[in-house]
Design a protein around this ligand. Structure first.
Ligand code: SF4
Ligand code: SF4
Length: 339
């Protein structure tokens, strides 16, 4: 089976189960981003997810698809918490994306399920009435909030982290979305870079009505995802074994590398240092043993325990403790421990 088509619930949006997450294109030039996005389209991708919060990502997407708006589906997001900011953000998104409508506009990283009593939800409805937004969606990182959103029946799509490290509860959430006629958009399909077997990731997604938006920044990454338009994506025993092995290694409290906890008062690069033990065992370890990373890891000793990072982590990780654990392991590796 090659890449299958998924339908995002009652929105009627039907696209290949292989979509483009436009967060990382912030880090490359406009010229490179436009070229990458066009190649993604030419290679078969039809769904592109960006956000007001991704600096110039929307502008790059807008430039790439100018004159062919009806050929692609574009979703964006706002972090606005009041109506005035919402209207301003939406107008900016439309201008940046060079369009007069968005296929999906999502409330970004919702701390709760906004409902009819919240001005921000009314703003979404109004934008839909005006035709500026075709469908309304929401993104969340906490499972309890996500479950409440699905049960509310107020949104057409939910975006939530989903990879083959998913818990039974996460899997139930995806099924529940389907039962409620909601589209499920899967972010962090590689779990923030921890997973590196793209075939296993793709095969896992093929088991669900989930639309993965792979964060893409390089041509090589794009080529890898586009290759699934030509090759098998079916789950096999061999891939099941890969997933089983990774789940054994990685399950539990782990940092997804999202960076929401930063900046840190002690200038610690939390989104890398809090998962060093995993990264060093999964990527060529010498990349993480350079002078640069040794200095970054040693900054953990300067943690003042202010706890601000903990209040920002959507996964409610005990970050200072996790950092200390990673530093201990890192020092042992530097001293010669086998990895
Ligand atoms: S508790 Fe430590 S790691 Fe967290 S923000 Fe404060 S100084 Fe940084
Ligand atoms: S500690 Fe939490 S907020 Fe910070 S990068 Fe990791 S998962 Fe994200």
């Amino acid at each position: 089976m090659r890449v299958r088509t998924v339908c995002l619930g009652k929105t009627g949006i039907e696209v290949p189960q292989n979509a483009f997450g436009a967060l990382p294109i912030q880090r490359i030039s406009t010229e490179d981003a436009v070229s990458l996005l066009r190649k993604a389209y030419e290679g078969g991708m039809r769904f592109f997810d960006t956000a007001r919060a991704y600096s110039d990502s929307e502008e790059k997407v807008g430039k790439a698809f100018e004159g062919m708006r009806d050929k692609v589906f574009i979703a964006s997001k706002t972090m606005a918490s009041d109506s005035e900011k919402f209207v301003k953000d939406l107008d900016t998104s439309l201008k940046n994306l060079k369009t007069d409508y968005l296929d999906i506009y999502q409330l970004h990283c919702a701390p709760k399920c906004f409902n009819e009593e919240d001005g921000i939800y009314q703003s979404l409805l109004e934008a839909k009435r005006q035709g500026k937004v075709r469908h309304i969606g929401i993104t969340a990182h906490k499972i309890g909030v996500a479950e409440e959103i699905v049960a509310s029946g107020l949104y057409e799509t939910l975006q939530f982290p989903f990879s083959y490290l998913a818990s039974d509860r996460d899997i139930e959430l995806v099924r529940s979305c389907k039962d409620h006629g909601m589209g499920f958009i899967a972010m962090k399909g590689l779990s923030g870079g921890l997973l590196n077997n793209s075939r296993a990731c793709m095969a896992f997604m093929s088991l669900f009505d989930a639309l993965p938006i792979w964060g893409i920044q390089r041509q090589s990454e794009l080529d890898e995802w586009l290759s699934f338009f030509e090759k098998e994506t079916e789950m096999t025993d061999e891939l099941r074994a890969v997933i089983e092995k990774d789940r054994k290694e990685l399950l539990g409290e782990f940092c997804r590398g999202c960076g929401y906890c930063m900046p840190c008062a002690a200038d610690i690069t939390i989104n890398q240092c809090a998962r060093m033990s995993q990264m060093i065992r999964r990527a060529p370890s010498e990349n993480w043993l350079t002078d640069h990373w040794q200095k970054e890891m040693m900054k953990i000793e300067n943690c003042i325990g202010c706890g601000v990072c903990k209040t920002r982590c959507p996964y409610e990780l005990d970050i200072p403790a996790l950092l200390k654990k990673n530093l201990k392991d890192y020092k042992e590796i530097l001293a010669g421990k086998e990895i």
